[in-house]
Design a protein around this ligand. Sequence first.
Ligand SMILES: Nc1ncnc2c1ncn2[C@@H]1O[C@H](COP(=O)(O)OP(=O)(O)OP(=O)(O)O)[C@@H](O)[C@H]1O
Ligand SMILES: [Mg+2]
Length: 467
Amino acid sequence: MYKLLIIDDEKNLVNVMRINFEKKGYNVRTANNGTDGLELFKKFLPNCVLTDLRMPDINGVDVLKAIKRIDFDIPVIIITAYGSVEKAVNAVKLGAYDFISKPFDFEKLHKMIKEAIDMYLIVRNEKSYLSSAIERAFPGMVGKNKKMKEIFNTIADISDSSANILITGGSGTGKDLIARTIHYVSKRKSAPFIVINCAAVPEDLLEAELFGYEKGAFTGAINLKPGLFEVANGGTIFLDEIADMSPRLQAKLLTAIQNREIRRVGGVITISIDVRFITSTNKSIEKEVQEKRFRDDLYYRLNVIRINLPLLRQRKEDIPLLASFFTKKYSQKNEKKMKGLTENALTKLMSYNYPGNVRELENIIEKAVILEKGEYVTEKSIELDISEYGANHERNPDFISVRSNIPLEKGFEHFTKLYNDIEKEILIRILIKYPNESNQKLAEHLGINRRVLELRLKKHNLNKKEL
Ligand SMILES: Nc1ncnc2c1ncn2[C@@H]1O[C@H](COP(=O)(O)OP(=O)(O)OP(=O)(O)O)[C@@H](O)[C@H]1O
Ligand SMILES: [Mg+2]
């Protein structure tokens, strides 16, 4: 039974939610202010926390921060009143799982909570408790981005079909992982899953691997060897880097898929095969087709179902989940007892572009976990590759990069606006970087005096607490 903690000062709303969630089988505890909520949190150890943003004593953001310090992974969902979405978005940047605005639909909230708890259990590696069959199928995959959720749903929907699948996406976005997952949730799961990288093997060898050969088919063919299509019978074959397959093999593969049968190299008999083809590439396959390097007829056969993985920088909201997941993974692997990441570490991770996508994030965390002596991954042990692209500053939270074209017409109007934007950005960043420092100290960091700092904060309507 999942434990849910609800913190909100609107007593009626809290009671209605409690009744509804109890009907769904949750063990619910409630608090009407932040202080009681935090006390209860420590005793009750919930699987998920739902908290209001504005409360009389401690606000929701501080509740969130306090919870994250006790248990980094617990999903915290923010309830916001109409008009404070911006603050809720900031809370998500600080590690809240998601937010929902009042008035909300109970079923929508329930779905959000169920998903959040499932992700939490995956991160914790406690997947055997996952609430639904679909989620149980994704033991090693996390993500809450909308596109990623659509992909998870697609995988669940196609688990009973044998349609061919083409997976595209940049390097390190998770194509391999998706292919494996698809196999292991399909009805083919007890038959083999075979992977071959078409770019890594020379053409003749690839042909021999895939189709097999008869004894004496070529010099060196001392014995008959069944090909991978035969070995994978009843299962799935994953052809990685398909765009690099030679034209001759493309033709042969097309025939095999169309006729569902193959002939071994040097053989005469046809052998029928029953395999599902999953292919992948990080090239633009449509461009390969257009430029006639890839056969369009084969493309149509392979592209029956398409999964296109977004780049990591297009789903930055997944970074906290992934970072936490990898922290757990490498902490276990290195026999450490890491609890999570610090707020500054997350801010730093969020500022980076990830040309190497999820794999790069995984490597960064692995290194950090090894370097780290304490219980948390801190920003100091996170090493980002700032040599990439030359746009170093954009990725470094300690720098603000400015590139702008100011037209001469109304030049000073544009300049004033730019000046104000930069001023605001500097203030926000410094407040995020040193959330607990006095105005005096903050002003010293910025090289201005306290009075000036306070005037500027006021000018931009910035409130230390709310950030
Ligand atoms: N959503 C995810 N959740 C957890 N781990 C992930 C996720 N996506 C990718 N990974 C991990 O990131 C690493 C890279 O993923 P994978 O090898 O599947 O990428 P790829 O797209 O096949 O890369 P390449 O283009 O280089 O072949 C793997 O260790 C994988 O387990
Ligand atoms: Mg791969």
